[in-house]
Design a protein around this ligand. Sequence first.
Ligand code: MSP
Length: 523
Amino acid sequence: MNGKFFVTTPIYYPSGKFHIGTAYTTVLADSIKRYHQLKGEDTYLLTGTDEHGQKIENKAEETGETPQEYVDRMAKMAKELWAKMEINYDDFIRTTEERHTKIVQKIFDRFMEQGDIYKGEYEGWYCIPCETYFTESQLVDGKCPDCGREVKKMKEEAYFFKMSKYADRLLKYYEEHPDFIKPEYRKNEMINNFIKPGLEDLCVTRTSFDWGIKVPKDPKHVVYVWLDALTNYITALGYLSDDDRLFKKYWPADLQIIGKDIARFHLIYWPIFLMALDLPIPKTILVHNWIVMKDGKMSKSKGNVIYPEELIDRYGLDPVKYFLLREMPVNQDGLFSPEAFVERYNFDLCNDLSNLVNRTVSMVNKYFDGKVPEYNGTPNEADKELEQYALKQIDAFDEKWNNYETANSIQEIWNLIARTNKYIDETMPWKLAKEEETEKLASCMYHLIENLRKIAILISPFMNDTAQNIFEQIGIKENDLKVWKNLKEYDRICNVKVIEKGNPIFMRLDTKEEIEYIKSIMK
Ligand code: MSP
């Protein structure tokens, strides 16, 4: 093993079906996990559901279920979606599980004992969907600054966490750990918008509803949903439990992935809670932007919601994952449009990738009876140039992927695909065959197969089924040839036979028809 990699997604509010935007975080986390697996690292991916709070209590009331029945049904739905999306998580934590609630109570007690939590009174403007109190000055046009909905004036006896005590330590931590927050501009947002103006103590209990973890020594209070939820990352690993082997092995997380709307909780409160517990802080928290539609945020009322299941049923899983990762820039929101989806499918997947596989396999069949020629050890100028280009692209992919610039890194793979297609046009194997340039033709076929092997490895973290399909079509069976270990080698393939009649991996879609179809499922 080369090392270990522990990655987490946020735990989801189970408030209905997840749309493709919500699925994005988990698809990204899963792909990053698979990439580290490919490199031979021991990996661990944690996800789950965030099941307490007033919002859930209200939802259950609407559906006529008890809150427990409601969250049970929702957690099942989430697991079914992740199974459909082949999300390879190692643990799914639910915040209503005893392994979590018991430890949250221990943590709360500890904070009380060490004086980080004290009792006071809270009065403010409360946004029920966001489960957050705001001060008058934080409201935007009298409404919630995060979601824009109505807020309610509320007052209650409450416990507070002394955030202010940790503000300087947090700033110092940011300064000394430049990799902690990615991309970097999110750090400046935190400093300028929240820390510099003065970090207020955080109200960490509620009495206005019941569906939460009870404060051990004062059970009319329930623990604020964010204090409850954030600790999932350590309770899932057995922190403070009888069996904390996973915690010892994996904490601190190498990477926590979150969407921009929950940055404040993860970049300010979470490291402060960890400091108060004397625990190490995750190495990196990656904040991604949102998938939005042409007319803005996805919402049922706008009739612009896309659910992953419906896209997967029609187009397969890999095109959906490809699209999500390929379309999300680092610094701004990624746009979903039916036109862009169909275009990516037809151009990137069908024209570029699928055709390359198809052309190559049929040429190896035609010119060498399906048997891939051996590497001749002395590549000619054109082949050498192709080799160098491929190696350069692998490094470019790797560097960008490790910096979590997924869209840019995937572009590097598609540059390699384009270059390999161009190599066919330039080398003109049909001409070499006609002129009986057998050695050149053999070397050309070898290089095409070798590049396809490399491409299949590179796409496997996010398009695993397609990668396996390519390996099968080009006759690669040995596991060692499907992972990172021999990725850069050029002389590994021997005794390999391509499939006799391979089916195209992706067939061209009728643009007009499919755009109409996607529009119809958005309504
Ligand atoms: N329950 C909290 C997280 C607690 S973590 C201790 C939560 N849940 S959520 O279900 O509302 O969101 C889950 C994730 O989906 C968040 O990272 C959120 O940013 C992300 N997304 C929700 N809509 C999204 C898009 N339209 N696009 C991309 N990500 C989106 O927040």
